[in-house]
Ligand binder design. Structure first.
Ligand code: GLA
Length: 381
């Protein structure tokens, strides 16, 4: 839990006054639909109870003054001086002001003090959580009229164009649009979203999230390389995007390159798995989801080649310890797995992974049971 009293105290010590308010953006778990968003495909994430929170007030000097409780750092920059690529951690905040300004929204300066309990670099969208919290803060502070999906797009622009990570819309849409107790099915082409009931407990289940502590980053090359392969395959097939593949076997035959074939197979079969998941969730048959999660993991491991040995070990061990299914979640190359387990079994499964990690000489993982939670907004009370 973010300590809002500590945030308030820090805000007061920096400005001599209370903040005008607190705004939050949640991290997310992608239940299924990995690397499908930038292929105009389907995703089904939900928001976590772990959040980034900003204490914020307007300023009339055109400055952005940004502090992080966890990093114990403070940065400032004039709105007029914002340029893509400026600033490490503060780029996620400044990038939002930049994106809003670029689109002609009238935003002024702000003091923003940030604290987050979303694990960093774990594939749980710690960066989108910050961006979406800051969008929510600017919208309220400056009375902007921006529809929810557009808010997510501004957060994405901050990440793509200001920070420089070529990600899709999954994370920011989840962090902005999700509701408590629900997942969000999104068609990334039409941007149509459908809330999906995700009440694990009433189906005697729980979803374990286990962080392997193998850190990852999307600013480096592998994510962009996967994206480029998909674009190349679509170009060879004469399609706008891989979403338009209608006959998978015919498409695979036309692609000469084995790597491209595997990438395409992942994207198309993953889209099918999202639709299967949607149907299971809607008919409250989440206990049948295990094999779908397992197949997604295998596809990411063998076809998309974005898992790493610790992640594979975690998923394998979770299954052996009784999980109904397990898969890596997020962009890949490290980060977290999710495991669907019977209600009350999360701890035993996590301990089994902990032992397997110790035997293999890895540091201990961290884990929690996920609670589908509300999307970004203002903290009340
Ligand atoms: C990261 C990106 C998302 C999405 C996932 C993979 O989280 O930010 O846009 O592509 O990876 O599904």
């Amino acid at each position: 839990m973010v300590d809002t009293a500590a945030l308030r105290a820090r805000f007061r010590s920096e400005t001599g006054a209370d903040p005008e308010g607190f705004w939050y953006g949640p991290g997310r778990v992608n239940l299924i639909g990995e690397h499908t968003d930038y292929n105009d495909g389907f995703v089904l994430p939900f928001a976590l109870s772990q959040r980034a929170v900003v204490a914020a007030s307007r300023r009339d000097d055109g400055q952005l003054v940004m502090s992080s409780l966890e990093l114990d750092d403070r940065q400032h920059i004039a709105l007029a001086d914002l340029r893509p690529g400026t600033g490490g951690w503060s780029g996620y905040l400044a990038g939002v002001a930049w994106a809003l300004q670029q689109a002609g929204h009238r935003v002024g300066g702000a003091t923003l003090v940030l604290s987050s309990d979303v694990p960093l670099g774990a594939g749980l969208s710690s960066s989108a959580a910050i961006e979406c919290a800051v969008v929510a803060a600017f919208v309220d502070l400056y009375g902007l009229d921006i529809a929810p999906m557009e808010r997510a797009r501004f957060a994405q622009r901050a990440e793509n164009d200001y920070v420089g990570a070529p990600t899709g819309l999954l994370d920011q849409a989840a962090s902005t649009l999700c509701s408590e107790g629900e997942g969000l099915f999104m068609d990334c082409r039409s941007l149509r979203t459908t809330p999906v009931p995700l009440d694990f407990a009433s189906q005697s289940l729980e979803l374990l999230v286990l962080d392997t502590k193998t850190p990852h980053s999307h600013v480096d090359g592998e994510y962009g390389a996967r994206r480029a392969s998909c674009e190349e395959a679509a170009r060879i097939l004469g399609l706008t995007s891989l979403r338009d593949v209608e006959d998978l076997s015919a498409a695979l035959e036309r692609l000469g390159d084995e790597t491209l074939r595997r990438r395409v197979r992942h994207v198309i079969t993953e889209n099918e798995r999202v639709v299967q998941t949607l149907e299971l969730a809607r008919s409250r048959r989440l206990e049948d989801l295990g094999p779908v999660l397992d197949a997604s993991h295998a596809s990411m491991r063998d076809d998309y080649e974005i898992t790493v040995p610790t992640v594979d070990l975690a998923a394998r061990t979770a299954r052996a310890a009784g999980a109904l299914g397990a898969r890596m979640t997020g962009g890949g190359f490290g980060g977290c797995i999710i495991a669907l387990v019977r209600l009350g079994a999360a701890e035993a499964v996590a301990r089994a992974v902990e032992r397997a990690f110790a035997d293999a000489g890895h540091g201990p993982p961290e884990w929690f049971v996920a609670t589908p939670s509300a999307g970004a907004g203002r903290l009340t009370g």
